[in-house]
Design a protein around this ligand. Sequence first.
Ligand code: HSE
Length: 338
Amino acid sequence: MRLIVVGFGVVGQSFAKLLLSRSADLYSIYGVKPRVVACVDSKGSSVSSAGLDLQRLLDVKKSKDTIGEYDKRSSHLDSTHIIENVDAEVLLELTPTNLNDGEPGTSHIISAMRSGKHVITVNKGPLALAFPSLLELANYNGVMLRFSGTVGGGTPILEFAKRCLKGDRIISFRGILNGTTNYILSKMEEDLTFESALDDARQKGYAEAAPSLDIDGYDAAAKLVIMANWIMNMKVTMKDVNRVGIRKIKLSDIQRAHKRGNAIKLIAMCDNKCLIVKPTEVSKTDPLYVNGTLNALTFSSEHSGQHTIIGRGAGGMETASAVLRDLIEIKDATFEHR
Ligand code: HSE
């Protein structure tokens, strides 16, 4: 399978490392032989129809800060030109999330689908702002749009709901979708102030570049929108979420909750009608009571009851593993019958 990778930050580089370490068994177990034929980062690009050398790509990125230095002949090509003109089966759209207008991710995804390419993205912006129309465009063009890594990092939250509960009806779901705020709230339970817990999260690299995305609940809201569209078939975007962040939570609030046997968590919930993100007291005996950067989601289904899935909600390699899952799914769905 020929891949175009747009965005070569933490997730893109982790994906390249994952391919390098797994190439033999990816072929023997799944029949997948990925070949990256083009790669674009914010400063340059490189193209090779024979396939780029992934180790060299990683080395060049590390030493020169852009993969444009890989091969000067193709370093100047812009992402849209590459997506439209380079022969490939799948676009990996791995640029950073922009919840204001979804760009440049949205344009990349649209260009790829219009030129008949399947798309895998970990970028929440395009989906949070325009999920219904992007899915429609994918169907219209007969291509697949997959986005496992947008929710839960490597934890298969979307697949769990979509596949494992097939035939059942999900009535509602609620849970923790943002690792950074969960880390901050967990640290505050250990008596750290909000500000020092946030500093701690920043230093450890969990927080988004603009911490407001985490703290004010935008990141959790974006993930909630993606889940509501994909799992509940709702046609919603960011503006449909009733959102409150954790900025106003004080140590005294946490201590009061603690006396009641509870903890405050930033809970995202959907009941088929409303989408809400807000700080909520959760019993310490509730399966959703997880700490650190963990995510946890409880699905309430009509026939099989409640199910909770817990896992690491962020991280380069974790998210890259979700990209790989999507790739195998696309291969299984589109190539096995040829
Ligand atoms: N900032 C996000 C989080 C990263 O903390 O969950 C993963 O989407």
